[in-house]
Structures are given as structure tokens and as C-alpha cells.
Design a protein around this ligand. Structure first.
Ligand SMILES: [Zn+2]
Length: 98
């Protein structure tokens, strides 16, 4: 962002003159012609915030920690789960009446 050398107001682009860009003060109307490259450099500085980048990398590493399970693994886990459930049910039925 460019500011007016006269009053310190905000300069906004109002037009182009070849490679140059015409900036005009929103306060006093002071006009300045600047090189288009200057403005390009400025916009380049607006990168993605570092925070956003960290979140993205976190998501990626988290996904790597949990690889998709194979069908066999799923079957085995389900079988184990069923056994545990049955045991729990049995215990509840046997020891439920006191
Ligand atoms: Zn001004």
C-alpha cells in the first residue's frame, strides 16, 4: 500500500499509463505515477500466512500415521470385538441377579 507524500492519505490505483500505474490520494487528490513493477512486488509479499501452512502439514502427517486397514485386519478385529462383547454379555447375565 502506498501513502500520499503530502497528507499521508491512502493512495489507490485509478488507472494505467503503459507500464505505469496512476495512484490517487483518497484524501487530497494528489496523483502519483508509479512503475507497475513496484506494485507487483508489493502484492507478492502477501503470501499465505504461516499458520495456514502449519495446519496443512499437520493434516498430512496425521493421515500418514493411520494407513488404511486391509480387509484381513478388519475381519480379525471384528472377530476379537465379538468375542469380547459375548464375554461381557455373559458376565452381565450371570452376575446380574444378586
Ligand atoms: Zn494526499
Amino acid at each position: 500500500m502506498k501513502f500520499c507524500p503530502r497528507c499521508g492519505g491512502l493512495m489507490i490505483p485509478v488507472g494505467k499509463q503503459g507500464d505505469k500505474i496512476i495512484l490517487k490520494c483518497t484524501r487530497c487528490g494528489y496523483v502519483e505515477v508509479v512503475d507497475g513493477k513496484q506494485l507487483k512486488d508489493y502484492t507478492l509479499k502477501e503470501e499465505t500466512p504461516a499458520e495456514e501452512r502449519t495446519i496443512t502439514t499437520l493434516k498430512v502427517s496425521e493421515a500418514k500415521k493411520k494407513p488404511p486397514k486391509s480387509l484381513e485386519e478388519w475381519e480379525q478385529e471384528r472377530e476379537e470385538y465379538r468375542e469380547v462383547l459375548q464375554e461381557l454379555l455373559q458376565e452381565e447375565l450371570e452376575g446380574g441377579e444378586e
